[in-house]
Design a binder for this molecule. Sequence first.
Ligand code: PLP
Length: 374
Amino acid sequence: MYEKLGVRRVINGRGVYTDLGGSSLEPDVWAAATEANSAYASVPELIDAASARAAKLLHTDAARVVPGASAALVLTGAALLAGSDPKAIELLPSVTSGRRAIVIQARHRYKYDHLLPLSGAHLRVAGTAATSADELHSALKERDTVGQCFPAHLDGTVSTVPLETALELASQSGKATIVDAAFLCYPIGRMRELATSNAEYVIFSAKYFGGPNAGGIVFGSADAIAALTALDFTRFESSDYLRFGRAFKMDRAQVVATVAALENWLSMDHAARFASYAGRVGALGAALSQDKSIVISQKHFTMDEEVVEGAVNCLTIDTGSPDRAARIEAYLAKTDPALLVHIRGGTIVVDVENMGDDESHVAARLLSEAVGVS
Ligand SMILES: *Cc1c(COP(=O)(O)O)cnc(C)c1O
């Protein structure tokens, strides 16, 4: 079909990116999706059951399968505004109660907070350059505040209030917390800890645990998840009020694949996963080892997109100059298949997490070609 459409294949040397389609489903996850595709089921019943299964897997009170973490931010924001009140849900994104502020700390502003106002919420930024616990507390205590959004990957940023304190301040103020933990699904212990924190909502994106690009799971308390369920796309046709979340819908295959991927992720041998990355990185490096014009190393490319020492998942190629690196990157972007990589100054970074073993042989050839002519 790619050929028919005239779409070039891409060898993914970047990692998990929505624009590259997220992840590839493992064979057993794909098989589960195929099974769901071939047999009808009641989607509300299926999502309820899949969500209950997700909650059980992470030992949380409740959970809800959703079409991605961005959708989850909109839906959980909406749930804070409307609770489980059908009248209020139908009016969204209008809010008649006047309570529509969601607090975020100044240094926690991030790309995805752009999604929250789609629910009808207003962002209230606590602090200016820095946020103190007092500033956060008073923002949370404002009468029109419904809760806060806490991007968990930014926990520990200087001049911010840490998650544990922020959760405590919110509960003291009777306000809810939405934690965006989208990519914090590894190590598994960290995922479990976040999922069972006492935030009302903890969001993970399935793209990071081998699920569909448009899958996600929200974990939380039973009440909070009930409010989310009351306004998601399910039962739009069959209930007696219109559901705000109708546009954020999923098909059976996505629902099943999201939970199958979670199950797979939790039982996976992650040491073997990293060993396979190291193998691929080693093979790429071997193909380039004769070239004296570059310096290669094996590194770890973090979810925050930094190159550090650690469990190997990427090859870095120091090309000697930013210009040369840019030429190599541009060359690789034009080949067929294209090889998409990261660039950091004069260094090319090739993340192999989403590269097949066969693809890594093609990638090795393309890299050595590109380095040779640049
Ligand atoms: C990818 C990402 C999202 C959005 O997730 P989707 O499932 O792609 O909608 C939200 N927050 C963070 C931190 C992310 O990395």
